[in-house]
Design a binder for this molecule. Structure first.
Ligand SMILES: Cc1ncc(COP(=O)(O)O)c(C=O)c1O
Length: 396
């Protein structure tokens, strides 16, 4: 019913993801599996809404009016059980700008901000570029995969100069969907030490319905201690429309963050962002469910292929369309791995080290692409491995 098979040519469109491809790759139809947007056409309802908005003829200054607010609130209530009001929403031109706003509003220069590497690179850069200190509490890898290091979190939260944490939920890149127990324990540590949580839930819809726990639904107290970052951008493949909805249920925190956002000039909604968001949240859920099925099937394909590379470990992808794999068993240095993947295998994944040193030797695969294109890329990976590497691996 929906088309997840046709590949759309994004050459010459300014697509950020495709900009890392050289002339050879572009000519050969190589696809990048990096930056987190999808190689899928947007849901038909979104396309139609944008065409209608284009045909309107005036693309004027736009407000979050009642139809917009209601669509956002109904989506958050229906998909995540969040009870909120229109006045709780701050509209910012993206989640990354919102992270910076929260940091400037709620911390002072030099103070520490907790993050959990390996993690989405702007978690580091937004803290550092604002003159704050990264207070890293790396995730641990246990028997079950990645988990939070609660002892390290407790130690960090106790520090005098730490009053903010950036939580990635679901976690990019490791693919964890945090459980209620994990989030509740984290909430206890943070509230116990007066640390406010910025819950970046931009990937929260990219999880089978009912499995993602929205931080602000844990309890009223948790809701009052968090800044909840949501967006239709990842969910419906519209990040170029730069629309995000930041829920702040605590009026005192909201006022401070809203004042900073006004100072920074990053509030506001675009004409097309409004149209696309209303359509997506009102009519796009069936498309999303179908999209998640395609991504889950692509994950199975990736697992089969990577199973043929000795020792490469693929982590469970509980949420997001980003899969995280450990390539260290291949015995290559991080730069060697990068050049093998790019130059030999024409595989443009995201290098694990860009998510912090804990990611060195890992790769992140974007699986939101047509199956045929994924298979073609993975065939190239296996062929490159067979030609260039296999003979040098010791067999005992
Ligand atoms: C965890 C996370 N937060 C934020 C963003 C980007 O947000 P925005 O485009 O709204 O600034 C991404 C994009 O990959 C992401 O993975």
């Amino acid at each position: 019913m929906y088309d997840f098979e046709t590949l759309i040519d994004r050459r010459g469109t300014g697509a950020a993801k495709w900009s890392e491809l050289g002339p050879y790759e572009l000519e050969q139809g190589i696809l990048p599996l990096s930056v987190a947007d999808m190689e899928f056409r947007v849901p038909p309802c979104v396309e139609e809404a944008c065409v209608a908005a284009a045909r309107h003829g005036i693309y004027g200054y736009t407000m979050a009016d009642e139809p917009y607010q209601e669509a956002v609130l109904d989506w958050m209530q229906g998909r995540h059980g969040l009870q909120a009001k229109g006045e709780d929403i701050l509209i910012v031109r993206g989640v990354v700008p919102a992270l910076g706003v929260a940091i400037r509003a709620l911390t002072k220069p030099g103070e520490g901000v907790i993050i959990q590497p390996p993690v989405y690179p702007p978690f580091f850069s937004t803290v550092e570029q604002n003159g704050r200190r990264v207070e890293a509490c790396p995730l641990r890898t246990g028997e079950q995969g990645y988990e939070m290091d609660f002892e390290a979190l407790e130690r960090a939260a106790r520090k005098e100069d730490v009053s903010l944490m950036l939580l990635c939920s679901p976690h990019n890149p490791v693919g964890r969907v945090w459980t209620r127990e994990e989030l509740t324990r984290l909430d206890g540590i943070c509230r116990g030490n007066d640390v406010v949580i910025v819950a970046d839930e931009i990937h929260g819809d990219l999880v089978p319905k009912g499995r993602h726990i929205c931080f602000a639904t844990l309890s009223q107290e948790a809701a009052r201690n968090c800044i909840l970052c949501t967006a239709p951008s990842k969910t419906f493949n519209i990040p170029g429309l730069q629309t995000s909805n930041i829920f702040i249920l605590n009026p005192e925190i909201r006022e401070r963050v809203a004042r900073q956002a006004r100072l920074d000039g990053c509030c506001g909604l675009s004409w097309f962002g409004r149209a696309a968001t209303i359509a997506a949240y009102r009519e796009g859920e069936a498309w999303l469910e179908a999209c998640l099925r395609v991504v889950a099937s692509n994950y199975g394909i990736l697992r089969t292929y990577l199973g043929r590379l000795p020792g490469v470990k693929l982590y469970p992808m509980e949420g997001t369309y980003l899969a995280w794999a450990d390539f260290r068993a291949l015995g290559m240095e991080e730069k060697e791995l990068e050049s093998f993947l790019r130059e030999r295998a024409h595989m443009f994944t995201d290098e694990g080290y860009s998510f912090g040193q804990e990611g060195s030797g890992f790769e992140r695969f974007n699986l939101a692409l047509p199956e045929k294109a994924l298979r073609r890329q993975l065939d190239m990976l296996l062929a490159a491995w067979e030609i260039h590497c296999e003979p040098t691996v010791k067999k005992d």
